[in-house]
Design a protein around this ligand. Structure first.
Ligand code: ATP
Ligand code: MG
Length: 352
């Protein structure tokens, strides 16, 4: 649980200190006041990236040469201070006063997810978002995942480097053994996770969309009936031509179905949002069922995005999940129906 957050130079937020409620914190402010920026800064601390900008440089205000987000996190080990700093020299993170490489240690104690106006892109856009979200869940439930995933990434980079430099088959084969071993393990962990997640997703999706049979399937990134090592050998000519590895765990995906048909071609924008929200909430419900501490769930202006009926369903589904809520709205009435322990009004990046 996140008890306080300190922000410096994050978009329009020059300096802010907020104490968050353990249950629910509301943020009210006009368009452009800094609501999403606040959620983005919390997400940045927990993920090392933004959910709406690909380049970190875009987060820096003009003239600022660094940004910093520091949070106090209540954990089973007591209260820990986690910080992340970005400047054009790079990103640095620390936990409990120690510099750390990467942010996995922060991510581990601070599970953060967001349902924002762009959440439908999970269904609509390419596989990268779906893979990232799936992997976030696997990471939180299966402790072995991070290590094998890193092994896989390293082997993939090496094989791709050989392909780019038009190296011979022997050099490819050297990396394929490691790539295939790590890839099979990544797949096993993702596959187990997806199977365990499915009933939680279905339960939330039924609440949000009516019992209309929303489902997802996990695809591993290479032919279902084949060994990855054999597939890599088979795809060498194509990979050499394209200079990149075209099969493997980095091509895994999740497909959503609604009433038996692929959701992407079938459902409305509003329904895409609900399906995506169900995937996120299903993950949080699964984590809670595994005994994980409550996540921090951020809802960015849900009232503006959904009709009254669907907003009610979303808030009811959210209320069933043990999570620390941070919820934004342009109007006070957008927060009606949520029991807030604390509320801030934001103007030009200042929270009062
Ligand atoms: N790098 C940056 N430096 C300074 N200001 C920025 C930067 N990026 C965005 N802004 C400004 O930050 C302000 C707040 O944006 P934000 O998206 O947080 O507002 P919001 O309260 O969520 O608004 P809305 O209700 O429209 O979603 C905007 O006016 C935007 O122009
Ligand atoms: Mg916003």
């Amino acid at each position: 649980m996140l008890t306080t957050i300190d922000i410096e130079n994050f978009r329009c937020i020059r300096a802010a200190h907020l104490e968050l409620d353990p249950q629910a914190t509301g943020i009210v402010g006009e368009n452009g006041s800094g609501k999403t920026s606040l959620l983005e800064s919390i997400y940045f601390l927990a993920h090392g990236r933004s959910f709406r900008a690909n380049q970190r440089e875009k987060l820096l205000p003009p003239q600022a040469d660094f940004l910093r987000v520091v949070g106090r996190v209540r954990t089973a080990r007591g209260e820990l201070v986690a910080g992340i700093e970005y400047s054009r020299q790079g990103t640095r993170a620390n936990l409990a006063g120690q510099g750390i490489s990467g942010i996995a240690e922060i991510a581990e104690i601070l599970p953060v997810q967001v349902i924002d106006p762009g959440v439908h892109r999970l269904i609509e856009e390419g596989s990268a978002r779906r893979r990232r979200l799936l992997d976030w869940g696997v990471f939180h439930v299966k402790h072995e995942f991070l290590g094998v995933w890193r092994r896989y990434q390293r082997a993939l980079q090496q094989r791709n480097a050989v392909l780019r430099s038009a190296g011979d088959e022997q050099s490819l084969a050297a990396w394929e053994r490691e790539l295939s071993a790590a890839g099979q393990r990544v797949d096993t962990l993702r596959g187990e996770y997806a199977a365990q997640l499915l009933p939680h997703f279905v339960e939330v999706a039924d609440q949000l969309l009516g019992a209309q049979g929303a489902r997802f399937t996990y695809r591993r990134g290479w032919a279902a009936d084949q060994d990855l090592a054999a597939q890599l050998v088979e795809s060498r000519p194509r990979d050499q031509r394209l200079r990149t590895t075209t099969v493997g765990a980095h091509r895994a995906d999740v497909s959503f179905f609604f009433e038996g048909a692929p959701a992407r071609d079938r459902v409305s924008r509003g329904q895409q949002k609900l399906l995506a929200a169900a995937f996120i909430l299903g993950q949080l419900a699964f984590q809670a069922a595994q005994g994980a501490p409550p996540a921090c769930l951020m809802l960015d202006d849900p009232a503006a995005e959904l009709d009254v009926d669907n907003l009610g369903k979303l808030l009811a589904a959210v209320a069933k999940i043990p999570a620390q809520l941070v919820i934004t709205s342009v109007h006070e009435r957008g927060l009606e129906g949520v029991k807030l322990g604390r509320k801030f009004h934001v103007k030009q990046g200042n929270f009062l």
